[in-house]
Each structure stands twice: as C-alpha cells, then as structure tokens.
Design a protein around this ligand. Structure first.
Ligand code: ZN
Ligand code: ZN
Length: 159
C-alpha cells in the first residue's frame, strides 16, 4: 500500500550547520558575511512557507526594521543560495519564484495557479517508481523535484 504524507515542517538540518555552509559560500564568492545576509538565511529557515523575495523582504523589515535590509540584497542573496543549491524554488510564471531552504525532508508540490496555495506531499509509490525508472535507465539520480500545477479545492468551489 502506498501512503501519502503532507506534513513537512520538521527541519532535518540544524541551523548552525546551514549557517556554516552559508559563510563558506559567501567566502568562496568573495562576499562579506553581514547581519543582513544572516537575517535572510534565518528568516528562510524559520518560515514554514515558500517565500517570494518580496514577502521575505517584508518579513525581515517587520522583524528587524533597524537593519534596513534592501530588496536588492534579498534578491542577490537568494540568487547566491540558489546557485549553491541551498534553496529550491517553485516557479509561478509571470508572478516570479517562491523559495524554500533545503532544510526539510524531501517533498513534492501541488501548486494552485489561481490562488498560489502550495501543498507539500510525498507519496511512497511515486518516490519508489522514480528510483526504479532511473535504475532501469542507468541514471544516477542526485535529486528530483515535482510540481503539479492546477486548481485547488477551495478555488474549484469558488469558480
Ligand atoms: Zn487555489
Ligand atoms: Zn516545499
């Protein structure tokens, strides 16, 4: 029997560990470790949501108004985290991307194209099938992502 799990708020990586990776990446890119950059990482870590750069910026400004973290810093730091594969993003077409730190158990996504709601799930059968397929094709899988786009239940009822 296959089971589908939909709760992924537990962190699988300690914040300290991520912070060390982040510092190393900044160093490798000749960038300074600043409190603004740390706050970006920390806010991503503590969020259960997939965040658009603007929402992330908004959260930081609300929590740390004195830091005056610019939106440009948020964009640049996200780009760096993306390049270093510390964050994954979900694409919302013209509305841009939403980010999450790779600090949670692997999961796939259902994305509502009407309201933007994201549901995370893992299905054992789907996971197992993907392993079988890559094995059959002699492919060494390092990761995978699956996004299913459509209309969520609430939006269907509203339409
Ligand atoms: Zn919806
Ligand atoms: Zn997710």
């Amino acid at each position: 029997m296959s089971s589908t799990i939909t709760d992924f708020n537990d962190r699988t990586v300690e914040y300290e560990e991520l912070l060390n990776d982040f510092k190393r990446i900044l160093k490798n890119n000749s960038l300074k470790f600043t409190i603004q950059r740390e706050v970006i990482l920390e806010t991503l870590y503590n969020s259960d949501e997939h965040l658009a750069p603007e929402s992330l910026h908004h959260l930081i400004q609300k929590k740390y108004p004195d830091l005056k973290t610019g939106i440009a810093t948020v964009y640049r730091t996200l780009a760096l985290l993306e390049e270093s594969q510390m964050v994954t993003f979900l694409s919302f077409g013209a509305q841009g991307k939403k980010y999450e730190l790779g600090a949670k158990e692997h999961h796939d996504h259902l994305i509502c194209t009407s309201c933007g709601e994201i549901t995370e799930f893992v299905d054992e059968q789907i996971e197992a099938r993907q392993h079988d397929i890559t094995k059959q094709l002699g492919f060494e899988m390092s990761d995978h992502s699956m996004q299913i786009y459509g209309i969520c239940k609430k939006c269907q009822e509203r339409l």
